[in-house]
Ligand binder design. Structure first.
Ligand code: ADP
Ligand code: MG
Length: 250
C-alpha cells in the first residue's frame, strides 16, 4: 500500500489587488504519495508557482485544504535561479542551510561531502560558483537543498534558465539524485517533454484560474532516465494528449 504523503483538497487562491481581485487557483485537488515524482504543467501565468508556494507555506491559501500526513515534515524549495553566493566556495554554499539552522554537525557535513562526491562535484568543492557551468551550479543548488534532508522537494521551473543541452543533462542528474536519495518531488514546469520524461504522474492545469484539466499516470515501456524516456514509444502519445489539453484553441 502506497503511503499518502500529501493531500490537496479544493485548493483556491484569490489575490486581492487595490482595484480588483485575481482568481489564480480554483478547486485544485490531488494527492502525492511517498517517493513519487509529480510534475505540474500548465500555461505561463496559470498559477503553478502559486500552488507551489502555498504547498511550501510561503503564501496563504484562500480556500481548501493542504494536509501533510507526516509530523514535522521537511520541505525544500528549489527555484529557477540557483542563487548560489559567489563569494562562498561550492562546499560552503552547500553548507549554508546547515549553518543557518544551526545543524552543522560533523555527520551532516560528511553527508554533504558524500553527495558532492557521488554526484561528480568533488573536484570543485573549494572552487567558486563562477567557475562552474549552469548545469553544475544547478546540481550544487540541489545538493545544498538535500543537505537539510528534506522529505519533499518542490522544484519551480528549476531547469528553465539553462540552454537545451544542459537542461537535458541536468534533468537526468536531478532525476537520478532524487530517486537515489529516495525523495518525493513536486516539479512545476511549462515544458511538456520535461514533465513526461521525469514524472510518475503529470498534473495538467488549465489557463488561469488554474483548475485541473487532467492527471496522467506515465507508463513507459522500459522506463529509465529522462533522456532515455524521451525515446519510449508511448512518449509521443502522452505529448500529444497533454499538448491538446493545453491548447486553448481546440
Ligand atoms: P505561473 O507560475 O503558472 O506562471 P503564477 O502562479 O506565478 O503563474 O501566477 C498566477 C497568476 O497570479 C498570475 O496572473 C499572476 O499575475 C498572479 N499573481 C501571482 N502572484 C501574485 C501576487 N503576489 N499578487 C497578485 N497577483 C499575483
Ligand atoms: Mg511560475
Amino acid at each position: 500500500m502506497k503511503n499518502k504523503l500529501l493531500e490537496v483538497k479544493n485548493l483556491g487562491k484569490t489575490y486581492h489587488e487595490v482595484k480588483d481581485s485575481i482568481v489564480a487557483i480554483r478547486n485544485v485537488s490531488f494527492d502525492v504519495y511517498d517517493k513519487e515524482f509529480i510534475a505540474i504543467v500548465g500555461p505561463s501565468g496559470c498559477g503553478k508557482s502559486t500552488i507551489l508556494s502555498i504547498l511550501a507555506g510561503t503564501d496563504y491559501k484562500s480556500s481548501g485544504d493542504v494536509r501533510y500526513n507526516m509530523e514535522n515534515i521537511r520541505l525544500a524549495y528549489m527555484l529557477q535561479r540557483d542563487s548560489l553566493f559567489p563569494w562562498r566556495t561550492i562546499l560552503d554554499n552547500c553548507l549554508i542551510g546547515l549553518e543557518i539552522t544551526n545543524t552543522l554537525t560533523k555527520e551532516n557535513k560528511n553527508y554533504v561531502l558524500q553527495l558532492l562526491e557521488t554526484y561528480g562535484l568533488h573536484d570543485f568543492i573549494y572552487k567558486y560558483p563562477d567557475s562552474l557551468s549552469g548545469g553544475m551550479r544547478q546540481r550544487v543548488a540541489l545538493i545544498r537543498t538535500l543537505a537539510l534532508k528534506p522529505d519533499i522537494l518542490l522544484l519551480d521551473e528549476a531547469m528553465s534558465a539553462l540552454d537545451y543541452q544542459s537542461r537535458l543533462a541536468i534533468s537526468d542528474d536531478i532525476y537520478r539524485i532524487i530517486k537515489n536519495e529516495g525523495k518525493t518531488a513536486i516539479m512545476v514546469t511549462h515544458d511538456i517533454s520535461e514533465a513526461i520524461s521525469m514524472a510518475d504522474r503529470v498534473i495538467v492545469l488549465t489557463k488561469r484560474p488554474a483548475t485541473i484539466k487532467n492527471i496522467y499516470e506515465i507508463k513507459l515501456t522500459n522506463k529509465s532516465t529522462p533522456i532515455h524516456n524521451r525515446k519510449c514509444i508511448e512518449f509521443s502519445d502522452y505529448y500529444d494528449q497533454i499538448w491538446r489539453d493545453l491548447d486553448v484553441h481546440i
